[in-house]
Design a protein around this ligand. Sequence first.
Ligand code: ADP
Ligand code: ASP
Ligand code: MG
Length: 417
Amino acid sequence: MKFGGTSMAGTERIRRVANIVRRQQAAGHEVAVVVSAMAGETDRLVNFCREANPLYDPAEYDVVVAAGEQITSGLLALTLQALGCKARSWLGWQVPIHTDTAHAKARITDIDAQAMMDSMAAGEIAVIPGFQGIADDGRVATLGRGGSDTSAVAVAAAVKADRCDIYTDVDGVYTTDPRIVAKARKLKAVTFEEMLELASVGSKVLQTRSVSLAMKEGVRVQVLSSFVDDDAPLADDLPGTLIVSDEELEGLDMESQLVTGIAADKNEAKVILTRVPDRPGAVASVFTPLAAANINVDMIIQNVGREKGETDVTFTVPSADLVRTQALLEEAKPSIGFNRIITDPKVAKISIVGVGMRSHAGIASTMFKSLADRGINIQAISTSEIKVSVLIDEDETELAVRILHTAYGLDVNDEAA
Ligand code: ADP
Ligand code: ASP
Ligand code: MG
């Protein structure tokens, strides 16, 4: 069981969480619980680091930001004890959850869960702070923002759990963010692949890495709400959204949609390099320095030559990397040989995702036409086997998501049932 930041925000919320955990154990399960820091706490700790030293050492940053989860894990163990349950916390180094040394964005390499499993078998509830582990250098490490989801899936795999229930502040995965589109519809199930695409293009309900780990380890994941009455149906009744393999989804016999979900991401920025020489190696000279600096380039278009022997190159990078990108390109200007850099941080990437795209034509053209009909201009396009993304003006984000949600028949009142 994993509980996110809003679920853990304060002692009253933690009491509700403890009650859900207690009921789950009373239903005959051994339980391990992974917790996030209280909502807003990690942001607060990150800010302290920035204030202390803008060029902070990632290993010391980890010492600071891992603290939020240490507090909530202890508080949940205490609250469970107050309810008469046996419970104890297991910090990252105590389990231990081993990670690599990429501080602030570490990857879990191995979990030795034996001692914790022995304690669980003896009836003790294990409470584990998410987001943290112990790196190979012997120091505390964190897994990147939103990383408690990944901790939960990794612990579930390590203890060979029947299921990994991710409790949050919405009651499942929806066709799009239900806080933005009121007509969003809750999905009974979604495939690992679709969830992976949705998470990577901006549906922050699950951290992307947690989904790829669940897919690799075959962990069944359910997303559900912790904001429920004390006598609500148990998680075993599967009230939330299941993330499952293709085969299991077929078994669930759901009405299939061409598009499963829509996501928006405002955290990308557009870069245009004008008048890049149109010759072999020119594009490589643009992207090699960015790759070397670990900057992830997403959408790319190379326009048709504007004048003889020249072309414009347009691409997107994470907004947080825009300043560095500009600096690196200016530095490489003599070897690339472009004319100007034009940047625009006010763009949004809107993506539609669905396995139906594999077998049906015309899904992308519906997207382009629906947006065009409402005067929304598309600045760049990228696709994968089960996804189409377009780049638009950031001010039109919510409108575009609503238009597409309706165009693909996803609005909740369209539901046949
Ligand atoms: P937690 O603190 O529990 O980890 P998050 O804030 O990380 O919670 O994730 C839950 C939020 O994800 C929801 O409040 C919702 O606004 C957002 N969200 C974005 N896309 C979706 C979606 N397709 N379905 C459900 N929630 C979504
Ligand atoms: N508290 C961490 C964060 O906000 C990890 C998490 O909640 O998943 O990123
Ligand atoms: Mg989260």
